[in-house]
Design a protein around this ligand. Structure first.
Ligand code: AMP
Length: 517
């Protein structure tokens, strides 16, 4: 608390932080708050989960409160732009909590709900407005809002704004803002196009970067299981069922590439009596809010999401992220796994990689400079999978699934999986292992499956089973990777292997792995 106090933040803000239980600033808060209190512009390279909202909200609230102004009709003093409805709502909620002891009105407007009510709320004016770009411009076009009195402007998640095609909207907003203002510009990544966009908003900014660009969240243990696309659903169901049973999962986010894919995953999980909900663009705002609330409160521990819907979702206690499909844009992987391990917690990310996704995996490992740890299929996978109940499917869904299975079968019969972009996507071997078992810092092999490492009795069990090779995976290379340790000191690449940090890294890792599998 002393850091926040030493900065001279107003007493009502300090009280609110006490209520929230914040004792220490996060790195982005430590770096940003002093400059922002001086009124400087800021260029922030940071992912959500770093404490970014408080980093910009606390000094802004302090400045607004220090210079009280009567509210003017249809206007605001601070404008925060966010790419998605969920993120906008979350930011507004956080700002309102930090501002709860101040006489400042915070409001939030986004699409997907009737505009009339929002327009009426803006009639007397507000102090702080959080908005998505489309709805903001709608309200401006309806003359429900003007931006002429904005003193502080925050553009959050600029890279996502660009991905979502908001570039023209943002340029329009830039022209409507007064020249005299403080501007803050945040992005998780800063390629040239984003930096150029930033120049339109910020002037002589302080640059703050909390994690090197494209670095994966350090506290996430990252695994990959090589599995055919048609087997992914069974794998997911079995993993989640086992993890829920032994309470290793608190909350898990499952990412799919498509909205229909997300619905399909929910259907399968539900038929296995696993409570899951989907959140994506085809759901109404009410459905999205209900799903998110159930997930937050813990009544529904599994949320299945597409990238856009999940972007920026801040739910504490997300212990696991499953990548049901690998994202075709490697940066998206960083965003996804950033949903876990937030604000100092540890997390586990498990990716399912089909033969035709190996090029994506390669891109992800190249970008993050982390080699994902191979995680073998569960014991008796096929038998267990065959016992899972089949969900009722609509005819078109059944046809779609059949097409996918056929595609998989074709992929299997080919010599070596070709990557989705035509290159040879294999990571050497094309089997379900990933070039051998990862090693710990001590040089010992690290098997992420506690059945294989933690308990010697399991080794006996394994011996009893003998070197069984799964007939269905006969296309795959012999499973050298996930069972057989590599020789001492044999590292097949200079990449960092995803591993836990800290003094008790190996022990801590075992515990975490116990949670993981
Ligand atoms: P954000 O990156 O703004 O989405 O914040 C991520 C999470 O960190 C939110 O749940 C915040 O409530 C939490 N948080 C932000 N700052 C602190 C802090 N100084 N101490 C503890 N938690 C924090």
């Amino acid at each position: 608390m002393s850091f926040f106090r030493e900065l001279g933040l107003a007493e009502p803000i300090l009280h609110a932080l006490e209520t929230k239980g914040y004792t220490e600033p996060t790195p982005i808060q430590r770096q940003s708050i002093p400059a922002l209190l001086e009124g400087r512009d800021l260029l922030g390279i940071a992912q959500t989960g770093t404490g970014k909202t408080a980093a910009f909200a606390l000094p802004s609230l302090h400045r607004l409160a220090a210079n009280p102004q009567p509210r003017k009709p249809a206007s605001c003093r601070m404008l925060v732009l966010s790419p998605t409805r969920e993120l906008a709502a979350q930011i507004a909620e956080n700002i309102a909590a930090y501002a709860k002891n101040l006489r400042l009105v915070v409001d939030c407007v986004f699409g997907g709900v009737p505009v009339g009510k929002q327009a009426r709320r803006l009639v007397p004016g507000v102090d702080i407005l959080v908005a998505t770009p489309g709805r903001l411009l709608d309200l401006i076009d309806q003359r429900a809002l003007t931006l002429g009195r904005v003193e502080i402007f925050v553009l959050d998640e600029a890279d996502q704004m660009m991905d979502l095609g908001f570039i023209h909207a943002l340029k329009r907003v830039a022209n409507l803002l007064p020249k005299e203002r403080q501007s803050l510009f945040f992005s998780a990544t800063m390629p040239k196009a984003i930096a150029d966009l930033g120049k339109q908003f910020i002037n002589n900014p302080v640059r703050v970067e909390v994690a090197p660009q494209s670095t994966t969240a350090d506290r996430v243990d990252q695994f990959v299981t090589f599995v055919n696309q048609s087997e992914k659903q069974a794998l997911l169901t079995l993993r989640i069922r086992a993890m829920l049973a032994d309470k290793t999962i608190d909350k898990a986010l499952v990412f799919t590439r498509t909205k229909h894919g997300a619905d399909r995953v929910v259907r399968h999980l539900s038929s296995a009596q696993i409570s899951a909900r989907a959140i994506h663009g085809n759901k109404s705002q009410a459905q999205r809010t209900a799903a998110l609330d159930a997930f937050r409160q813990g009544s529904c521990p599994i949320l299945v999401a597409t990238d856009i819907a999940a972007r920026g979702i801040d739910v504490t206690g997300v212990s696991h992220v499953f990548n049901f499909e690998l994202p075709n844009v490697p940066e998206q992987y960083v965003h996804r796994i950033g949903r876990t391990a937030r604000a100092g917690a540890d997390g586990v990310a498990i990716s399912f990689c089909a033969p035709d996704e190996k090029a994506y995996l390669k891109d992800i490992e190249r970008l993050t400079d982390v080699k994902l740890m191979p995680l073998s299929l569960p014991d008796n996978f096929l038998t267990e999978a065959s016992r899972l109940p089949a969900p009722s499917r609509k005819p078109e869904e059944a046809a779609q699934d059949a097409r996918r299975e056929e595609r998989d079968a074709r992929g299997r019969s080919g010599a070596g999986a070709r990557g989705p972009r035509g290159g040879n996507g294999g990571n050497g071997g094309g089997g379900r292992s990933h070039g051998g078992m990862a090693q710990g810092r001590d040089g010992r092999p690290r098997d992420p499956n506690p059945r294989n490492t933690a308990d010697p009795r399991n080794n006996e069990r394994r011996d009893e089973r003998g070197p069984v090779r799964n007939p269905v995976h006969a296309d795959r290379a012999a499973p050298t990777g996930d069972r057989a340790p590599r020789p001492e000191g044999d590292r097949d690449s200079q990449q960092r292997v995803a591993r836990p940090r800290g003094p008790n890294a190996v022990g801590a890792h075992r515990n975490k792995v116990r949670r993981a599998v």
